[in-house]
Design a protein around this ligand. Structure first.
Ligand SMILES: [Zn+2]
Length: 127
């Protein structure tokens, strides 16, 4: 069952920020102005690339910020020993293309196993 997620800003505020970014992207893409040869389909393709970039940057930053909740150590699910949190990259497939995100990873020297702390651990207050 999906739980309700509350953002700290209204969605309308996010949309407005994205529209403002879109205007800046046009200036970046066409510093000398938009020529007559540019048709709407081409503009849509370029905007799609920008949207993919925004989504990838948003997801990476949000996941990184969320992962900071794990702190510097996590208990081993097998023996409970305190294990240092290390980081590796993980590639996720999204509707907007692959995204490489930082993933917390721990190794228990007692059990000699790796484990990956999950968001559920944070939700239950385990640190
Ligand atoms: Zn262990």
């Amino acid at each position: 069952m999906a739980r309700e997620v509350t953002a700290q800003v209204e969605r309308a505020e996010l949309r407005q920020a994205a529209k403002d970014a879109g205007r800046r992207f046009v200036n970046l893409a066409f510093p000398d102005g938009v020529g007559d040869e540019m048709d709407f389909h081409s503009m849509e393709d370029m905007a799609g690339e920008a949207v993919r970039g925004v989504m990838q940057g948003f997801a990476r930053e949000a996941l990184w910020t969320q992962a900071q909740n794990f702190g510097t150590s996590q208990p081993c699910p097998g023996c409970g020993a305190d294990c240092e949190v290390d980081w590796s990259d993980r590639t996720l497939q999204s509707r907007y293309g692959d995204i490489t995100v930082p993933e917390p990873k721990c190794h228990c020297t007692r059990c000699k196993r790796d484990f990956f702390p999950s968001a559920a651990a944070v939700e239950t207050g385990r640190t």
